[in-house]
Ligand binder design. Sequence first.
Ligand SMILES: Nc1ncnc2c1ncn2[C@@H]1O[C@H](COP(=O)(O)OP(=O)(O)OP(=O)(O)O)[C@@H](O)[C@H]1O
Ligand SMILES: [Mg+2]
Length: 244
Amino acid sequence: MKTPFKLHNVIKRYGEREVLHIDQLSIPAGKIYTILGPNGSGKSTLLRIMALLLVNDEGELEVLGEKVTWEKRQLLRLRRQMSMVTQTSFMFQGSVYYNVAYGMRVRKTSSRKIRSRVGELLEMVGMAAYRDADARTLSGGERQKVALARALAVNPRVLFLDEPTSNIDVASAAEIEKYIRHINQEQQTTIIMVTHNLFQARRLADEVFFIHEGRIIEKGPGELIFTQPRDERTAAFLRGETVF
Ligand SMILES: Nc1ncnc2c1ncn2[C@@H]1O[C@H](COP(=O)(O)OP(=O)(O)OP(=O)(O)O)[C@@H](O)[C@H]1O
Ligand SMILES: [Mg+2]
């Protein structure tokens, strides 16, 4: 499988301030990655650039084997192979069914296929009973489950998760973790997840990135970072101290 992401000297600034600076990053396919770091350290910015939702100011980016030119047709082609779930997911006006079916309809999937896939996904996330409910009346946690089903409906090669479970109860979060692992194992979907839940990061991650002031200051196998962080800033963060 192609390496989903290669970044080289990628820089993002807002005004004078550099908020992201990635010298070199290569993300092999098929694993679960978690990104940890304090508020404002650049985690969402990094995700949004990799998902091609935000343009970097400098550097080169390779996504799913293609050098990114930001040309319209390329963007469409690449974005269609990736999905993102954020902390508070936006629901389209319409039913839960309509929301989950949306991406497949855009891709002109047959209605028979759409019906069976939506049914299967709603079953998986425990939302089958809400099939015809108005998506905008769902609770926060219910929305997150539907958002996950919607993201998976298009069989993405890459799934980005930006704090997908920070609004939801422990039992539902555990279920969502289960689906994430399942999808990674069954479909070899590359999963890149930002979380502030260290336990969750530790449970799920094959590999952990620790980001501080826009730079990845430590990366490695999940267990190792948690038990033997090399950088003092990572260690302090894991102890729950403010990192300067
Ligand atoms: N559109 C914008 N204009 C100006 N500054 C921005 C913009 N978007 C993000 N920033 C700044 O860039 C920095 C990185 O933001 P980012 O959202 O990537 O942080 P984060 O690591 O995801 O934080 P959190 O854990 O709070 O979600 C922050 O200091 C933020 O204020
Ligand atoms: Mg963020």
